[in-house]
Design a protein around this ligand. Sequence first.
Ligand SMILES: *[C@@H]1O[C@H](CO)[C@@H](O)[C@H](O)[C@H]1NC(C)=O
Ligand SMILES: *[C@@H]1O[C@H](CO)[C@@H](O)[C@H](O)[C@H]1NC(C)=O
Length: 421
Amino acid sequence: MRTTGLIWLVVCTIHFVPSPGSCFLHVLIQQQRQFASPTMTMTTTTTLSVSSDSEGGESEEESPSRRQVAGGRRISSDRPRRPPPSSTTRTRDRTRVATETTTAASTERRRAPHQFDHTKADARPFLNIDAGKYTKTQNPNDDAPVYVFSCDNNDDDTSDQNTAKLIPPGTHIQTKSLDNLFPNLEFSFHFNSNSTFRNALRNAIREDIFDTTPSYANMSDKARRMLLLPDSSLQGSWNCNNKANTDTIDVANGNEGGEKEQLRMRKLTQVLAAHLGPNAPTGDAFMTTIGNLCGSHPSTHWIDIVGIMDRKISYSWHQDTGRSHHGADGTRKTVLLGFPREDNYDGTGVFSHAVKLKYERHAPMDHPINEPIVYPNLVVEDEFVVKPRYAMGHEIIMFRDVDILHSAPEVAYRASVMRFM
Ligand SMILES: *[C@@H]1O[C@H](CO)[C@@H](O)[C@H](O)[C@H]1NC(C)=O
Ligand SMILES: *[C@@H]1O[C@H](CO)[C@@H](O)[C@H](O)[C@H]1NC(C)=O
């Protein structure tokens, strides 16, 4: 019964794993119970190592299977707590947003600086600008050059059988629209122009998943209400097949009505039908169609990520799993469906930001499944950072986890982003 809604804080301590042909930084992740604990206070002063966005985060949003750290070391897992409002920092040091990335180009800097040199507010200043204004004019930088790690260069690839594979240019991030997936419904138009519809859709998905996830079953009404508040992240599975497979084949009745009653996503089905009419997909079809974009052998993990809204965060580059292969098939993808904060939105801040890699980066064989690979000290120059654009017709992006590093956007401006894996 691990809920996500609550903000996770992740402290990363580096240790280098000497593995041939790889230069992964592995980290020890500790979840801290209290924002104000001494350790946390110290560590949040790094510009890189902390993210409490469940995206930045994204990977650090813990699921039951993700309690192990890279390198196989166990971490103690306290229950997540929403940190107390950090009243101590709220009033001072409103650093300008533009003063970020102070130590550009220092990919050399592999060790966490033991930084007592600036305050938490410096590291994560509150926005003193209008987030939407910022993200509407931010350059998406789609054509960012690909990023090469210094060890990619230095490695004599031919000596290693896991030779780094070149990623074909232009294939890192793909975009889809709701119209692509569900044609002839003007879905993209309705989704983007009507916040009532968008909110109803999102809430229905959250409620249906909540109500059909066994680990949430015995929660009190109060806990349920809190977890379903729109500013909480929530996770579960997008898979609708288990129920369907066992229940929908009703030969005796042979009627579709019987099938509909067995749907998992009932509220979503109603919302879709109410807004899009009789040809709307069922809620189950909606989830499955988007989930199927994940390709072969998806984990079916789903999470609705809200993240930090009122502060600029420092990037915390990571891969969610470092895997996209199952056997010979390397098509497994991460899919993000954006929920913009306002109607007809066109800008950044909805989707994760990304660094396109020149070479695929795979988790080491012994890296725990579904465990993020984090790069706590990696500072990437802004010219390499893609800030994917959200707009009507760009409601979905997808990528292979071995092709990019990603992070919560430095400035988020969204209702949420749903991640299907
Ligand atoms: C937006 O959706 C709501 C909810 O269905 C609907 O009542 C309303 O008419 C829609 N607004 C527009 C402008 O279409
Ligand atoms: C919920 O509570 C019921 C009755 O107390 C119990 O039988 C069931 O196992 C519980 N379910 C979960 C998922 O904890």
